[in-house]
Design a protein around this ligand. Structure first.
Ligand SMILES: Cc1cc2nc3c(=O)[nH]c(=O)nc-3n(C[C@H](O)[C@H](O)[C@H](O)COP(=O)(O)OP(=O)(O)OC[C@H]3O[C@@H](n4cnc5c(N)ncnc54)[C@H](O)[C@@H]3O)c2cc1C
Length: 319
């Protein structure tokens, strides 16, 4: 049986593991965290999706507390174990180890590190919300607030402002509490709020594949969240990789299929951030607001929806 090691147990790594197992691979997922914590905010709730993916894997597939310390293009993987380093060899290594991917740093040494985009973001999920809410984004000067109702009645929200990166987590700025309803109430109703400085891979990678190693998810194309596509692109990567990895030209096909689309979505996401939330100049902000008022809602929606328009390839399932 063909073997695969997946580095990283986030949405990208777990979805790749599910797909590869369903197409006949023997898979081991190595995750450095000792335990999975139910963190995250929107998509659907991230933690719910993570749980669904974990539940779809046979017991023993995921080894937590297993930090990968070395990967070679030939498929050799070393990770920390309770009794010292553990060495594995696999036909395929999927590097789904996130935006700061140690595997990318080791095997793509010339690629620049991710950059901060000058934006600080807060994310939260309310308890079940009374009353109807629609998906909405409100813009101010160098600031935005987004509302995304979840299927279970809770509401995911995010706030973002222009700000230099800092090691200190900060609360949502007070002035958001004076924005229009229901923004103050959503913030007030939320327990845990996540705070991040947004970063992305500014330099597109020339390839997602080196030897037996394929980069996937944020490790390959970490993007700003303005299109809400980061995890979606990781899921698309996983579907394509699972469909083609068993073929002779599989990894080359994966690269050709996934790189142009994911990098295009990443560029578009960055641009939307610059022309939307990040605009700070009062004249530019006024022009943006007039343009938005003149744009029919259906047209605005269609221009965003085209990034979600994607057809998966057929999986050659063994089931
Ligand atoms: C503010 C914000 C809002 C967002 N909103 C959305 C949204 O609305 N929609 C959307 O689709 N996406 C959104 N995203 C993006 C989304 O969260 C990411 O794109 C997605 O989680 C990436 O998944 P991943 O599996 O590639 O990486 P990660 O989730 O980062 O997982 C990487 C895993 O690798 C592990 N790891 C790292 N190094 C090692 C190692 N050496 N050994 C073993 N394990 C290792 C880590 O512990 C981690 O578990 C948002 C992101 C941010 C910051």
């Amino acid at each position: 049986m063909r073997t695969a090691v997946v580095v990283g147990g986030g949405i990208g790594g777990l979805s790749a593991a599910v797909g590869l197992i369903r197409t006949g691979w023997e898979v081991t997922v190595l995750e450095r965290a000792p335990v999975f914590r139910p963190v995250g905010a929107g998509l659907i709730h991230r933690a719910a999706l993570h749980d669904i993916l974990l539940g779809a894997l046979p017991g023993g597939t995921v080894r937590t507390g297993s930090r990968v310390t070395a990967v070679t293009a030939d498929g050799d993987v070393t990770h920390d174990g309770p009794d010292g380093p553990v060495h594995l060899h696999a036909d395929l290594v999927v590097a789904a180890d996130g935006i700061h991917s140690p595997v990318r740093r080791a095997l793509w040494p010339r690629i620049a590190a991710p950059i901060h985009v000058g934006v600080r973001a807060w994310r939260g999920v309310t308890p079940v919300w009374e009353g109807d809410l629609a998906v909405a984004i409100s813009w101010g000067r160098g600031a935005e607030f987004g509302i995304v109702p979840l299927v279970d009645g809770r509401v995911s929200w995010f706030a973002a402002v222009n700000a230099p990166p800092s090691d200190r987590k900060t609360p949502v700025p007070q002035w958001f509490h004076r924005w229009h309803d229901p923004i103050p109430a959503l913030i007030a109703a939320t327990g845990t709020v996540l705070c991040d400085d947004l970063a992305c891979l500014d330099e597109p990678l020339p390839t997602y594949v080196r030897g037996r190693v394929a980069l996937l998810g944020d490790a390959a194309h970490a993007m700003t969240p303005n299109l809400g596509q980061g995890a979606n692109q990781a899921l698309e990567d996983a579907v394509v990789l699972s469909a083609v990895a068993g073929d002779a030209q599989g990894l080359a096909d994966y690269d050709v299929s996934r790189r142009p689309r994911s990098q295009q979505v990443g560029r578009a996401s960055r641009l939307i951030g610059r022309l939307g939330q990040q605009l700070d100049n009062p004249v530019a902000v006024a022009a943006r607001d007039v343009l938005m008022r003149l744009t029919p809602p259906r047209l605005a929606l269609r221009s965003m929806a085209r990034f979600a328009d994607w057809r998966p390839p057929a999986l050659s399932s063994r089931e």
